[in-house]
Design a binder for this molecule. Sequence first.
Ligand code: ADE
Length: 233
Amino acid sequence: MRFDIITLFPEIFSGYLTQSLLNKAIEASLVEIFVHDLRKWSTDLKHHKIDDRPFGGGPGMLICVEPVVRCVEDVQKMSPLEGIVVLLTPQGQRLDQPLVEQLSSHSRYLVLCGRYEGFDQRVLDILNPMELSIGDYVLNGGEVAAMVLVDATIRMIPGVLGDEQSSVDDSFSRGNRILEFPQYTRPREFRGLAVPEVLLNGNHEAIAAWRATESLRRTAERRSDLLPPAQSQ
Ligand code: ADE
């Protein structure tokens, strides 16, 4: 899977890209990530400005249409595989696990990170991007949202998680709508808090039953909206 991330702040991604899981996925050629500095497509050769004041007035600055459209056209040509253009914005469709799973079936994305007051409307009219939001709050830009998108999506690629880890059991994976049960490791007791006895006796049926009950209890307590109506009271 290939991501081409288009941003005004490429350096934000450098720490994330060297993070171990992602780095391993890149080294194993399961994931490719290219970060492109939008300023390189500025029409202002002197100051590399890419934003301007909105017509009609109003606060803040907008990212201009020309550099974005030219950048996306050039970046598309960098691989023969046509990329789906994604624009991260609080106005987009909310990203959730079913959508992440759907997205993981395509092999290339061009990810546009917004800043300031957003983009000139003609960016949307011309590129017709898939607009995605990571939640109902406003970030200072799309970069953090882009990392969320990449992070959640690459976990779905076979081989990215080691054998010891699996996305199948994740809370929201493959139609799962239940939270995870509590887990414990050594020591058996800390500050008077003991590991539940059932986990120590090797009875796998009893352990599975306890975990199922705890998952359900947790979900009912914290996220009753995930349960079918009959189970949520
Ligand atoms: N940019 C600013 N806020 C955002 C959000 N909530 N989701 C995606 N991109 C954003």
